[in-house]
Design a protein around this ligand. Structure first.
Ligand code: NDP
Length: 313
């Protein structure tokens, strides 16, 4: 037997919880499935100092706990479970949870987020929250007047290196190729920035330090006759090698862009399917902030409410 809901929200980061707050206060009786990582990416960061309303800062985990509490305050149904299959073109839309439970939904808000890519070296795990970060905007402030490294050669890596150069005393940019993939304008900005030193053809072998990151082991021109191994002294190690939007379960169902993000109508959370809305990082390769995700969750719930009213559902 399938269950019928008016508003199904998939994913429990700032976008999903904010959508739930708005949808439940609008009497849409939302049901939210938390997904693989309840609370989303913020639960993997330490201190959050840029979310308005918390002048002293708040830990990512605490922020998500109180958002969840607020989401549940107006009677929303918050559940554990992972969406394993969808038929978004059916009417109502069909969503399968944990391979067996079927939900029929009049509207669906997808807020499954994105996952930062890591190099896959064990030290990234060892020093998680102790000098390793995948978000310069979130964590850069903790490295004022310190030395940091950014890994990657794309626009994000250049942007983060430039951002960090405004805070740190020195920034290494560790690039595996002999050139930057970033746009020309970003390449020029990096080249003109005296605080940034680019280490081309370089890869990170590991990190070291007793109480957090104190340095990185680097190899240059690995496997070549002139291969060179050296250490750099750093306090922070930032990954900027891309993100993977969590849309694998949507393939063939909804319009995605080339990188796999859900395609939306400009700054509105509308997808190519009526009644299906996207909020947060799953549709945002550009800003990727908790506050922008929360804002788009609000927009998605308002759009869902209007859609249901228009259709008389
Ligand atoms: P990209 O995929 O463009 O770049 C990823 C970078 O990480 C590449 O330099 C890649 O190296 C490197 N990389 C990937 N895996 C590894 C690894 N295992 N070890 C070392 N290096 C690795 O991702 P971005 O996040 O930079 O950008 C995503 C999209 O968003 C792009 O289209 C970009 O243009 C856009 N963007 C635009 C901005 C703007 O206009 N202001 C700002 C930020 C992003 P390699 O080159 O060797 O493959």
């Amino acid at each position: 037997m399938s269950e019928r809901v008016r508003c199904l929200i998939i994913g429990s980061g700032p976008a999903g919880y904010t959508a739930t707050i708005y949808a439940s206060r609008a009497n849409l009786d939302p049901v939210l499935y938390e997904g693989i990582q309840p609370g989303g990416q913020l639960t993997t960061t330490t201190e959050v100092e840029n979310f308005p309303g918390f002048p002293e800062g708040i830990t990512g985990t605490e922020l998500m706990e109180i958002m969840k509490k607020q989401a549940g305050r107006f009677g929303a149904n918050l559940r554990n479970g992972i969406v394993t299959d969808v038929d978004l073109n059916a009417s109502p839309k069909k969503v399968i949870i944990d391979g067996s439970k079927e939900i029929e939904a009049d509207t669906v808000i997808i807020s499954t987020g994105a996952t930062a890519k890591y190099l896959g070296i064990p030290d990234e795990v060892k020093y998680a929250g102790m000098g390793v970060s995948a978000c310069a905007t979130c964590d850069g402030f903790f490295y004022r007047k310190k030395v940091v490294a950014v890994v990657g050669g794309g626009d994000t890596a250049c942007e983060e290196a430039i951002y960090l150069s405004g805070l740190a005393s020195k920034v290494y940019l560790i690039v595996r190729k002999p050139f930057l993939r970033a746009s020309k304008v970003m390449q020029d900005r990096v080249a003109d920035n005296p605080k940034i030193e680019v280490l081309f053809e370089s890869n990170t072998l590991g990190l070291f330090g007793d109480n957090g990151v104190e340095g990185a082991h680097i190899v240059k021109r690995k496997g070549e006759a002139d291969e060179e191994k050296f250490d750099i002294a750093i306090d922070g190690f930032f990954l900027a090698i891309g993100h993977t939007p969590n849309t694998a379960f949507l393939k063939g169902q909804i319009e995605l862009d080339e990188a796999g993000y859900i395609a939306t109508a400009g700054d509105r959370p509308l997808t190519n399917i009526e009644g299906v809305f996207a909020a947060g990082d799953v549709a945002d390769p550009t800003y990727r902030q908790a506050i922008t995700a929360a804002g788009s969750g609000c927009k998605a719930a308002i759009e869902a409410e209007r859609y249901l009213a228009e259709k008389g559902l």
